[in-house]
Structure formats: structure tokens, C-alpha cells
Design a protein around this ligand. Structure first.
Ligand SMILES: Nc1ncnc2c1ncn2[C@@H]1O[C@H](COP(=O)(O)OP(=O)(O)OP(=O)(O)O)[C@@H](O)[C@H]1O
Ligand code: SF4
Ligand SMILES: [Mg+2]
Length: 337
């Protein structure tokens, strides 16, 4: 499969279309139904957040989309269309050479540990270039290009002369994002890029991602985070996952101000906000119970054992998407039938 990369003018408005995607972990521990029938589309130019409690399947979903999973995770069905190509049908070699970093760049959770501790950043980049292209790059030409890219993103070129241990966590994270976007990917997926950073460093990273989009290096971003206030700083839209499935999908403002799904309502009401005197703005809500063990997911709506509004149908039937307000705000909940 050649020439997968296309310019925006040649393609439709949809960058990523996922339909009924399933990915399960299989081992001596049993079968974990981690991503179980996920469908959504992402349009060119959007910055979309994916959120939900720990263990709901965010990272598994990102690994399936990027094709970076190892055998214990198995693709079990569905389609992943990136631009016009079904990634599920592409062989590993094409995925690595033609898709990875060029069409889709994935910055995994805890990726700041992925730099080589015994190599200067510039030598690490040269190695990555050799691995991606299969040929040794022209060192002078490549470094000139890399310096230009780093400076566009507000990263000092001296970073290239340093070893990973000489960089702060925030600087490592921004360096990895800079490296991942050297090939101007159409879509960038970042998984919890800010969760190990302090608030000031988080803001720097978010500024860098916005800059990447503003200068046209990347067009579309998926930002995975369990932290909705962080997502609010950067995302146009937010997809809420619960127990391997999508609960609700809407604009960032609608998810925060007018959530529809009882799970989203619980998530939003558990966010702390403070009055100027430091006291909590309102009584914090919480979601009763624990997320399920995904080896034994509840029948029907997976949220039903914790849902304050559970009805008999919820225990047996998995709700389809309903669109009670508009088609930009689908929700999987029987309350909206
Ligand atoms: N290697 C693995 N083997 C077996 N089960 C796994 C493995 N990795 C993840 N899981 C399970 O798959 C489910 C989804 O995990 P995943 O890491 O995708 O969640 P997540 O939403 O990214 O969580 P977090 O917010 O903590 O990063 C969880 O139930 C988890 O326990
Ligand atoms: S489908 Fe039923 S159990 Fe699930 S969130 Fe809606 S009301 Fe609650
Ligand atoms: Mg994760």
C-alpha cells in the first residue's frame, strides 16, 4: 500500500473513523474486554479529548489505533480508517514505514522514559530517522531541519546536545512530542502527556501542542487524559469512556456544562473547583462503587451496578447511541430512548 499520506485538500473532512472496534487482552488471567465495540469519527482540525476513570480502556484504544500493541492484546474486530485506509488491513512493515509518524504519531503514556539514556538527543533522533527510512540520513541536513523544527516549537536547540537525564520531565515530554511530529503527521495521539507534570509545565506542553496545530505541523490531535480540567484547556470536543465503551461524546463545553450520561454527570460533579477564599465551590459528588473488572463486565449497560437512575432494561440491554439534543452529542443511555 503506497502513498498513504495525502494532503488535506485531497481528502474528506474525516481523518479517523472507527467502527465497532474490539480489542481484548488474553492470557492465563482470562479475557479482558478492554475495548468492546467503540465507534466514533474525528474531523480534520479537531482537538478531541478522551477521558474516563483509570482502566476504562483509553490506552488500549490508542494502542489499537496506532498498531503499537503487543500480543497479549488482540484485535478482535471492527475497522479503523485513517484517511482512506483501513489500518487493520495494513501489514506491519507498511504500518511502521508509511503510517507511523508520517500519517499518525502516537506518544504513549509514560513515554518520557523512552529516550535512550546513553545517547544525546540528537543521536537518538538520527537513530530514529535511520530506523524509519531504512537509510542512514545526511547528518548535517537532518540536524539543520531538526533545529528548525525545535525552534518553531519554542525548544532550545541546546536540548539536542543533552542526554535524557539532563532534561526535566516536562522538557523530556516536549522533546518526545517534537521528535514524534518531525514528519508532520496528519493525526497526533498523546496519552496522558501532562499527568506527571506540575501545573506550570502542563501549560507549557499544552501551549506547544496548540502551536504545533497553529503553524500547521499537525492538523488533528487526540489528547487522552483522565483529567477533565486539563482537557478543557485544549480540546474542542470530549469522548467519555466507561468500561471499554463510549458513554457520551460532545463538545467540551456541553460535556462540562450539560452532561447527559449519569456517568459523565458523576465525573463532572467530582471535579474540585475553589472559591477565591480557597473553600470548595460546591459539595463534591462522587460515583458510588468501583469500575468493573473487565474480565467479567456487567451485562446490559456496563454502568448499571453504579447508576443512580438504573432501570430494568439497563440490566439486560446494551444501549445504542441516542441523540436527544443533536447528532453532535450522542449518548449511550436508555434514559434518552
Ligand atoms: N497487559 C495487560 N494485560 C491484561 N490486562 C490489561 C493489560 N493492560 C491493560 N489491561 C486491562 O485493560 C483494561 C483497560 O486498560 P487501559 O490501560 O487501556 O486503561 P486506561 O483507561 O488507559 O487506564 P489509565 O487511566 O490508568 O491509564 C483494564 O481493565 C486493565 O486492567
Ligand atoms: S443506560 Fe441505564 S444504567 Fe446505563 S447510564 Fe443510562 S440509566 Fe444508567
Ligand atoms: Mg492509560
Amino acid at each position: 500500500m503506497k502513498n498513504l499520506k495525502k494532503s488535506p485538500s485531497q481528502t474528506s473532512n474525516v481523518v479517523l473513523a472507527i467502527d465497532d472496534l474490539k480489542g481484548y487482552y488474553k492470557g492465563t488471567f482470562g479475557v479482558v474486554f478492554a475495548v468492546d465495540g467503540v465507534s466514533f469519527k474525528i474531523n480534520r482540525g479537531e482537538i478531541v479529548g478522551i477521558s474516563g476513570e483509570s482502566g476504562c480502556g483509553k490506552t488500549t484504544l490508542a494502542e489499537l489505533i496506532s498498531g503499537t500493541y503487543v500480543p497479549v492484546l488482540h484485535y478482535e474486530g471492527g475497522t479503523i480508517m485513517i484517511e482512506d485506509s483501513n489500518i487493520c488491513e495494513i501489514d506491519e512493515e507498511t504500518l511502521r514505514k508509511d503510517v507511523c509518524c508520517k500519517i499518525l504519531a502516537y506518544v504513549p503514556q509514560a513515554s518520557m522514559n523512552s529516550l535512550n539514556p546513553v545517547k544525546k538527543i540528537k543521536n537518538f533522533i538520527l537513530d530514529v530517522m535511520t530506523e524509519r527510512t531504512g537509510v542512514k540520513p545526511d547528518k548535517t541536513k537532518v540536524l539543520k531541519f531538526v533545529i528548525n523544527h525545535f525552534e518553531t516549537l519554542g525548544l532550545d536547540k541546546t536540548v539536542l546536545e543533552r542526554y535524557p537525564h539532563e532534561l526535566s520531565g516536562g522538557m523530556k515530554q516536549r522533546t518526545i512530542i517534537a521528535i514524534s511530529t518531525l514528519w508532520n503527521p496528519n493525526l497526533l495521539i498523546v496519552d496522558e502527556p501532562t499527568s506527571a507534570l506540575d501545573v506550570t509545565t502542563q501549560k507549557l506542553l499544552i501551549k506547544m501542542l496548540l502551536n504545533l496545530k497553529n503553524v500547521g505541523i499537525i492538523g488533528t490531535i487526540i489528547f487522552i487524559s483522565h483529567d477533565i480540567p486539563t482537557l478543557r484547556q485544549i480540546c474542542d470536543r470530549c469522548i467519555i469512556m466507561y468500561a471499554g465503551r463510549i458513554a457520551e461524546d460532545g463538545t467540551m463545553e456541553d460535556i462540562i456544562n450539560s452532561p447527559l450520561h449519569p456517568y459523565t454527570k458523576g465525573l463532572i460533579s467530582s471535579i474540585v473547583s475553589f472559591n477565591p477564599d480557597g473553600s470548595p465551590e460546591s459539595d463534591l459528588g462522587s460515583i458510588p462503587g468501583q469500575p468493573p473488572d473487565l474480565r467479567f463486565p456487567p451485562s446490559g449497560c456496563r454502568f448499571h451496578p453504579r447508576c443512580p437512575e438504573c432501570m430494568p432494561i439497563c440490566k439486560t440491554e446494551h444501549p445504542p447511541f441516542f441523540e436527544p439534543i443533536n447528532k453532535e452529542h450522542p449518548v449511550r443511555c436508555w434514559l434518552y430512548k
